[in-house]
Design a protein around this ligand. Structure first.
Ligand code: PMP
Length: 306
C-alpha cells in the first residue's frame, strides 16, 4: 500500500503523524461528532466513487449544530478534502472514510461547556470490505443496554461519546455469541442495531423504527426505502416497533454505511421466517450493492466520482 495520509489541523500529514494531545477536550469528554462514509470502486467508470457524500456532510454539520460545535469548514470544503484524500491514498477498493469535527481545545479547567473553545476537523480512510459476515445471514441478540434518549445524548446526532452505548451493547453481545445486537428504547420499543438501522418485512411491507424512536436518521435507511419503493414497488412504514414484532417478522435485516445490508436469520432463540435469507432482503442487498458500485445509472447522482 502507498504511504497513507490523514487530514488534521488544516493540512495533510502522513497517517502515523496525525496524532492528538492527551489534553484534547474531545478525547477527555467525547465532545466530537463524526461520520462513516464509504467509497467503492466503480467498475464501469474505472475510478472510485463516494456514496451519498453530500448527505453525510449535511448530517455531520447537523450533528455539530446539535452539539454546539463550530465547524471550521463547509460541506463542500469537506467533500473536496475527501476526494483529495482518496486520490492521495490511492484507494482502489471499498474504503471507509471517517471525518470528525472535534473539540480540539487543550485547556484543562472549568471549560466543560463547548462554547468558546476551539474546534478542528480531521479525516482519514481505511480499506473496508464486508463489516459483518453476512452471506448466510446473521444471528443477533436484543441488548439489555438501552439506546440513549434524545434528552440525554441525542441519537440523532452522531456524537463520538455516545458510542460507549454501542460498545456496551456490542461487547456484551459478542461475549454471548451474537454477531450484533438490536437495541431497545427506554420505552422498550425497537430502536435500531448497535450501529445500524433495522428493517423488518411484515406481510410484504417494510417496517422500520420512526425517527422519533431515538435512532440515527440513517442514510442507508432512506436509500433502502427509496430503492424498495422505486425498484420493487414496496412501501416502507416508519413507526414504533414492539419487541415481539421481531419474533414474528417474515424477514429482518440491518442497514448502514459500513454494514450495507446484513440479513438477520435468527433473533435470540427464534428463527426469522424460515431461517434463511429472505427474498426481499436479498433483492435489496443486490440493489444496494449495484447502487454503491455505480451499476444503477438512474441513481448516478448518489455518487461523487473521484
Ligand atoms: N444507527 C447508528 C447508531 C449508526 O452508528 C449508524 C451508522 N452510521 C446507523 C444507524 C446507520 O446510518 P447510515 O446508514 O447513515 O450509515
Amino acid at each position: 500500500m502507498s504511504e497513507q495520509y490523514a487530514y488534521l489541523r488544516g493540512g495533510f500529514l502522513p497517517l502515523n503523524d496525525a496524532t492528538i494531545s492527551v489534553r484534547t477536550h474531545a478525547f477527555l469528554y467525547g465532545t466530537a461528532v463524526f461520520e462513516g462514509i464509504k467509497a467503492y470502486w466503480l467498475p464501469e467508470a474505472g475510478r472510485m466513487g463516494v456514496f451519498r457524500m453530500a448527505e453525510h456532510y449535511k448530517r455531520l454539520l447537523q450533528s455539530a449544530h446539535i452539539l454546539g460545535l463550530q465547524p471550521t469548514l463547509t460541506a463542500e470544503q469537506m467533500g473536496d478534502l475527501t476526494v483529495d484524500l482518496i486520490k492521495r491514498n490511492q484507494c482502489q477498493g471499498a474504503t471507509y472514510i471517517r471525518p470528525i469535527i472535534y473539540k480540539s481545545d487543550l485547556r484543562i479547567g472549568p471549560i466543560l461547556t463547548v462554547d468558546g473553545t476551539q474546534d478542528d476537523f480531521c479525516l482519514f480512510t481505511v480499506p473496508m470490505d464486508g463489516y459483518l459476515d453476512v452471506e448466510k445471514g446473521i444471528h443477533v441478540g436484543v441488548s439489555s443496554w438501552r439506546r440513549l434518549d434524545d434528552n440525554a445524548i441525542p441519537a440523532r446526532a452522531k456524537v463520538n461519546g455516545a458510542y460507549v452505548n454501542t460498545a456496551l451493547a456490542k461487547t456484551d453481545g459478542h461475549k454471548s455469541g451474537f454477531a450484533d445486537m438490536i437495541v431497545l428504547t427506554n420505552q422498550g420499543h425497537v430502536a435500531e442495531g448497535s450501529a445500524m438501522n433495522l428493517f423488518l418485512v411484515r406481510d410484504g411491507q417494510l417496517v422500520t423504527s420512526a425517527i422519533t424512536e431515538n435512532i440515527l436518521e440513517g442514510i442507508t435507511r432512506s436509500t433502502i426505502a427509496e430503492l424498495a419503493e422505486k425498484e420493487l414497488g414496496i412501501k416502507t412504514i416508519s413507526r414504533p416497533i414492539d419487541r415481539t414484532e421481531l419474533y414474528i417478522a417474515d424477514e429482518a435485516f440491518f442497514v448502514g454505511t459500513a454494514t450495507e445490508v446484513a440479513p438477520i436469520v435468527k433473533i435470540e432463540h427464534r428463527t426469522v421466517g424460515d431461517g434463511n435469507v429472505g427474498s426481499i432482503t436479498q433483492k435489496l442487498k443486490d440493489l444496494y450493492s449495484k447502487a454503491t458500485h455505480g451499476l444503477l445509472p438512474k441513481y448516478g447522482d448518489w455518487i461523487t466520482q473521484v
